[in-house]
Design a protein around this ligand. Structure first.
Ligand SMILES: Cc1ncc(COP(=O)(O)O)c(C=O)c1O
Length: 470
């Protein structure tokens, strides 16, 4: 619907995702309204809905099909790709769709083939293989089934090198840049099409992460910096515990699938225990060399960097205050929620601390930024602990020398708004009840401004002067 308000006449509007009759009817109407809306089938059954709605509305659709490719990406983002992926049709099923369209004399509807192998494709080899596999299906549709194909939509997946290693060896890194990504697709498709004597398709992509990541950063305000107490165990004691645990490896598997599974589960539990102890040891050793400071931040990890908490995504982080001064402390970031997971103690490069400055209120507030957060941290903000999303400051570059102007500032949701989404009637359930009680106890004059301010400002701390770090 948003596209119906903004797109220029003739603009591509690729309609993917699962669809019901209303969705299809709206997509067909978009065609009638002048957009080049293409309905991409994610399941065979959707074809019947398209035929039915097209007959009902008298609007001819343009159809695409999403291919479920065998090319897979490793790691977290590949878990819904490949043969067992959630979305799309395997090649044989795509050919069945073409057959069905041919039978009803509507093969000319089919114009686009789409694939999306997952986010953060780590290497150009996988980009190439996926494009080549899809181009093979595209050529088959043209040569064997006679489809009038025009477009190959290569989905998303163009990655961001969050950790800067250009290695592609983890979910945080990709081993290529934009040029190499584009050239891998173009070469794979060109080769396949020329080999099969099929005209080159129009290529399009649906890059999301790569389009938006660089467009936002989350700026966090420090509230205090407190030295972290050392673990009671000495490094020697921790080492002893690790050695002891290591000598108690779970016994070998009993035979059979259930036995193997239970053995694997024991190994996992044992491994996690070892990992926790080793982490404690590493922290203890680091703490012996350098006091670690817990920086309490005006932050909810769950609302402001949800992917850090949810999928272990690391974002490049750095102070954005006092950049002309060398940071002298090593700090972890702790949030103000009541949840023990609300802390950041893992950073790009494998470190458990970030170099930070001692706080000094005389020098103003102290801020730390999580960079490359445009996909999609503020959009994912949840209401965990009723903290909710950030204040959005839109900034526009005004020159190549780093100059900028602030275009707008939109405060994040107020406490009243967040509480309202929990199905409280703020007036009836909260304000009037507090008012009645405060009047009865004759403290309303004090309570009223506090209550009003509390409800009409964001749930984060609003005016807080951090103490000087000693
Ligand atoms: C069909 C489809 N296209 C494009 C994208 C965007 O992917 P990315 O952000 O990795 O470019 C997604 C993301 O899930 C998707 O499901």
């Amino acid at each position: 619907m948003s596209c119906l308000t903004k797109a220029k006449p003739g603009a591509y509007l690729v309609c993917n995702g699962y669809k019901d009759a209303d969705y299809v009817a709206l997509a067909l109407s978009a065609r009638a309204m002048g957009l080049n809306a293409i309905i991409v089938l994610e399941m065979e059954e959707e074809l019947d809905i398209v035929i039915e709605q097209s007959n009902k509305l008298g609007i001819e659709p343009v159809i695409g099909v999403r291919a479920k490719l065998l090319t897979k990406i490793p790691g977290h983002f590949g878990s819904t790709a490949g043969k067992h992926g959630k979305f799309g049709l395997l090649a044989e099923k795509i050919y069945e769709v073409a057959e069905k369209l041919k039978e009803i004399g509507k093969l000319h509807w089919l114009k686009l083939l789409h694939f999306h192998v997952g986010s953060m494709i780590p290497t150009t080899e996988i980009v190439y293989n996926a494009a080549s596999e899809a181009a093979g299906i595209y050529c088959e549709l043209v040569n064997k089934y006679g489809a009038e194909m025009a477009t190959l939509d290569c989905g998303g997946g163009l990655g961001i090198d969050y950790d800067g290693t250009r290695s592609g060896s983890s979910d945080m890194s990709v081993a290529y840049g934009l040029e190499q990504y584009a050239s891998s697709i173009v070469q794979a498709v060109r080769l396949k099409c020329e080999y099969n004597d099929v005209p080159h398709p129009v290529l399009c992509t649906e890059s999301g992460r790569a389009m938006v990541s660089h467009h936002s950063m989350i700026i966090l305000e420090a509230l205090s910096a407190i030295p972290e107490p050392q673990d009671e165990d000495t490094p020697e004691q921790l080492l002893g515990k690790i050695q002891d645990l290591s000598s108690k490896q779970p016994r070998a598997a009993v035979s059979g699938a259930a036995g193997m599974y239970s053995h694997a589960a024991d190994l996992k539990k044992h491994g996690i225990e070892m990992y926790k102890l080793a982490k404690k040891l590493s922290k203890r050793v680091a703490g012996d060399a350098n006091t670690i400071y817990n920086y309490h931040m005006n932050l909810s990890v769950f609302s402001l960097v949800p992917d850090f908490w949810g999928i272990g995504q690391l974002f490049p982080m750095m102070p954005v205050s006092r950049l002309d001064e060398k940071p002298t402390l090593m700090g972890t970031l702790v949030d103000i929620t009541c949840d023990s997971d609300g802390k950041i103690e893992k950073f790009i490069g494998g470190g458990e601390t970030l170099p930070l400055h001692p706080l000094d209120p005389e020098l103003g507030g102290y801020y730390v930024a999580a960079l490359l957060s445009g996909a999609y941290q503020e959009a994912l903000a949840c209401k965990h602990n009723l903290f909710s999303g950030p204040t959005l400051v839109r900034v526009k570059s005004t020159g190549s020398d780093g100059a900028f102007e602030i275009v707008s500032v939109e405060l994040g949701p107020t406490a009243e708004e967040v509480i309202g989404t929990m199905r409280y009637n703020v007036e009836e359930d909260i304000s009037s009840v507090i008012e009645e009680l405060a009047k009865k106890t004759e403290v309303w004059a004090t309570v009223e401004p506090l209550m009003t301010k509390g409800l009409t400002t964001m749930p984060y701390l609003n005016e807080y002067k951090p103490p000087k770090t000693t």
